[in-house]
Design a protein around this ligand. Structure first.
Ligand code: HEC
Length: 185
């Protein structure tokens, strides 16, 4: 073998052996770390490009995300009554949608309002949350329409916080549907 070939063989062998590493917690030897390590700003890091020094910027004022309709009712008793009387659920009350509502209720409401909707959720029973969550089976709630639950879910009520920024509108209707059609029946 020629000397240069011999040297390239050794170099290749060296690179090959070096690129493997028995310790899976380290990246080993990186030839070009910009390929594996992002040069972009991570969401929660400081960023001197913006006046407030944050990387994550809120949406520009006055803009509305695609597919989201602004909600025009406030967290007041008056608006709750108007929303309950005005908003209309256009989602079909079929088994699939009610099942989806049940799933979402299990994720976002059950810990406080309970599996049955009686206000005895695990957070309250275990005294992690001390304010009694309202029963969704009260006479008042039996009489209130789906739109009333939709409104409370969207903006909150009293001590209860809003869920409008966490749950998609369709899913909020499905939760209301599940409460009315399954829990209250
Ligand atoms: C962290 C606990 C908590 C979670 C989670 C929660 N709630 Fe509530 N909810 C409450 C409390 C507490 C009240 C009573 C608020 C008050 O009276 O100030 C309440 C009140 C309500 C009311 C009004 C009842 C009435 O009699 O006026 C409705 C409707 C309701 N919640 C539905 C929901 C739905 C639907 C979800 C899930 C999307 C949910 N809540 C999630 C704690 C919670």
């Amino acid at each position: 073998m020629k000397k240069s070939k011999y040297i390239s063989f050794i170099v290749l062998l060296f690179l090959l052996l070096n690129s493997c590493d028995y310790n899976r917690r380290t990246t080993g030897w990186e030839y070009d770390d910009t390929m594996s390590q992002s040069q972009a700003f991570e969401s929660y890091t400081l960023n001197s490009n913006f006046a407030d020094g944050k990387t994550m910027q809120p949406p520009v004022e006055g803009t509305i995300p695609r597919g989201i309709k602004p909600y025009s009712y406030e967290k007041t008793d008056e608006d709750r009554a108007v929303a309950a009387a005005t908003l209309i659920n256009t989602i079909e009350p079929n088994l699939e949608n009610i099942k989806r509502g049940e799933k979402m209720y299990g994720i976002y409401c059950m810990q406080c309002h309970g599996e049955k909707g009686d206000g005895q959720g695990s957070l309250y029973v275990n005294k992690k949350y001390t304010y009694p969550p309202a029963s969704l089976l009260s006479e008042k709630m039996l009489a209130n329409p789906e739109a009333d639950i939709y409104h409370v879910t969207t903006v909150g009520h009293g001590i209860m916080g809003e869920h409008g920024t966490m749950i998609q509108p369709d899913d909020r209707w499905k939760i209301a549907m599940y409460i009315k059609q399954e829990l209250q029946n």
